[in-house]
Design a protein around this ligand. Sequence first.
Ligand SMILES: NC(=O)C1=CN([C@@H]2O[C@H](COP(=O)(O)OP(=O)(O)OC[C@H]3O[C@@H](n4cnc5c(N)ncnc54)[C@H](OP(=O)(O)O)[C@@H]3O)[C@@H](O)[C@H]2O)[C@@H](O)CC1
Ligand SMILES: Nc1ncnc2c1ncn2[C@@H]1O[C@H](COP(=O)(O)OP(=O)(O)O)[C@@H](O)[C@H]1O
Ligand SMILES: [Mg+2]
Length: 274
Amino acid sequence: MQSLTKQCLSIIKTRPQESHKGTFGRTVLVGGNAQFGGAIMMSTEACVNAGSGLTTVVTDSKNHQALHARMPEAMTVDWQDKEVCDAVLASADVILMGPGLGEDEKSRELLTYVLQEQTEDQLLVIDGSAITLVAQNNEQLPYPKQTIFTPHQMEWQRLSGIKIADQTEEMNQAIQQKLEATIVLKSHRTEIYSNTGCFYNPLGNPGMATGGTGDTLAGIIAGFLAQFPHSVDTINAAVYLHSYIADQIAHDNYVVLPTKISQALPYWMKKFEI
Ligand SMILES: NC(=O)C1=CN([C@@H]2O[C@H](COP(=O)(O)OP(=O)(O)OC[C@H]3O[C@@H](n4cnc5c(N)ncnc54)[C@H](OP(=O)(O)O)[C@@H]3O)[C@@H](O)[C@H]2O)[C@@H](O)CC1
Ligand SMILES: Nc1ncnc2c1ncn2[C@@H]1O[C@H](COP(=O)(O)OP(=O)(O)O)[C@@H](O)[C@H]1O
Ligand SMILES: [Mg+2]
């Protein structure tokens, strides 16, 4: 397994002068039920700050006002409004599904719907509740090689069937090869399993053990994939930068607020751009 270094951030390129918002990708985020609105808001804040050109959030209408107040850069769609959802999903370069989605019947329906709508040129990031639902329903992925799962260890146990104590590199790799999707296995030291190699993130700190840090990572991954190459290098960079920023914040903060990571993204991306 290859340890990531600062070198992995070299995918962050200076933006071309001749560009517009469409140049940096359209991301659609699906999640946030009445209970977990904060999760999709944190993913959105991360995604926009990571540089997604256009970001639309498909969520329970209860979350729209708070989301707009926090992040007016993002557009919102009521997840009951199928016609608008159809159009918005069709326009996406990257879809992030799952932060705060919940596990009830409506959540299940939405997951099935998004899997049906995904096209062969769209990437799908599956996080949080959506991972649990894929496992429970044994959902088949339409495009496994264009799918990225971002489980924590318990979500990976549900998806892979490997108990947390048995989640060794060999076992994880074997299931990844069967799934063919990329796996970002989160823990205090996150590992990335992909069709082209396995990587280890040496950064991160216990200040990150706060609800929403994973929702934030999922948003960064989606935002990076919207504008940078569709490859594991881009996912590695997102994982590394998320922890790198958290480590900077932890120098003088006992707790690393997920939203602070998001707010620091434009600054650090500017520092690392080449
Ligand atoms: N503000 C909001 O709206 C927020 C909304 N959120 C949304 O909530 C939804 C449910 O997500 P979830 O992760 O909270 O619940 P679940 O999938 O049941 O996992 C927890 C179980 O797994 C276990 N566990 C073992 N190893 C672990 C590890 N390394 N990392 C983490 N857990 C580990 C853990 O063990 P324990 O804590 O008991 O020791 C516990 O038994 C999801 O959609 C998410 O987006 C959250 O993001 C929070 C902020
Ligand atoms: N002790 C720790 N050291 C380093 N990173 C941590 C630690 N605890 C949590 N993290 C990071 O925080 C994130 C937690 O993700 P997740 O459990 O999905 O959170 P949530 O769903 O609440 O947003 C992961 O990126 C994980 O690597
Ligand atoms: Mg999570």
